[in-house]
Write a protein that binds this ligand. Structure first.
Ligand code: ADP
Ligand code: MG
Length: 256
């Protein structure tokens, strides 16, 4: 049995007219099916670069990426869903048409995929807004619509790059709770980049702490609550929550 995703000795540098910027140094970790991994690290350390490499949008300088045991190629991209801070919903399309966009690009608009899209919209409280334009939705609803657009493609792996950071605090709490619960319920494998430690502890079962640039893996913290199957919101009220938060805080603020 191999893991879903093997990241081995991954390094990356940007080359520009001004010179070289080393972004990642010797990153190694494993993603198993059903994992929810959070990646935290100082701003500018290379987190988005790492996700872009995992999504196959950048090519590693050195190191190996194995998805289902096979080196990552452009083809494997269709098994990966990517969600960013901005929702990138197209303003001139209805929510329904936005949700179908990926399926259209892949020529996969079928009766079956449409009915799955409808089911997801209903499940996540967006059914009534199918015919609305994105501008008519709140920030939280837009982010949920972006998630439905990603889920409808049935990705094996979800990559989330600070997907809640454009939202205000209240909305952020509720949307991260919704999205965390959705991912749990759909039994998806996910990697979430966040600078919010409480978000990491409330959602993930493993947190990878990166050093400042060039990012290396400083430590990996296993998150385990005595009670299982808690929602992110419920986790925030458990005694372990504060312990993990403090551990991560210490880890991030330690030099070296
Ligand atoms: P993070 O997501 O952790 O904030 P990034 O991965 O976006 O960090 O960036 C890591 C470093 O690489 C930063 O110093 C940034 O300035 C640099 N960088 C990012 N993208 C580019 C690029 N296209 N060209 C040159 N340097 C870049
Ligand atoms: Mg970033």
């Amino acid at each position: 049995m191999h893991s879903l995703f093997e990241i081995q000795h991954l390094s990356y540098a940007y080359h520009t007219m001004q010179g070289e910027t080393a972004a990642l140094s010797d990153i190694t970790f494993t993603v198993n099916t059903g994992d929810f991994i959070a990646i935290v690290g100082p701003s500018g350390c290379g987190k988005s670069t790492l996700l872009n490499l995992l999504a196959g949008m950048l090519t590693p300088e050195s190191g190996t990426l194995l998805l289902n045991g096979i080196p990552l190629t452009a083809d494997s991209r269709c098994h990966i869903g990517y969600m960013l801070q901005q929702d990138y919903l197209l303003e001139w399309r209805s929510i329904w048409k936005n949700v179908l966009l990926g399926l259209e690009i892949r020529h996969e608009v079928t009766e079956e995929s449409c009915s799955y899209a409808k089911q997801l919209l209903k499940q996540y409280g967006l059914e009534k807004f199918s015919h609305s334009k994105p501008s008519q939705l709140s920030g939280g609803m837009r982010q949920r619509a972006a998630l439905v657009r990603t889920l409808v493609l049935k990705p094996d792996l979800l990559l989330l790059d600070e997907p809640f950071s454009a939202l205000d605090y209240q909305t952020r709490l509720s949307v991260s709770n919704d999205i965390g619960s959705i991912i749990q319920k759909e039994k998806k494998t996910a990697i979430l980049v966040t600078h919010d430690l409480s978000e990491a502890v409330s959602m993930a079962d493993r947190v990878i702490v990166l050093s400042s640039r060039p990012a290396r893996v400083k430590s990996i913290l296993q998150i385990q609550f005595a009670e299982t199957a808690l929602t992110p919101f419920e986790r925030r009220n458990m005694p372990e929550f504060k312990e993990y938060f403090n551990l991560l805080w210490k880890e991030l603020n330690e030099h070296g």
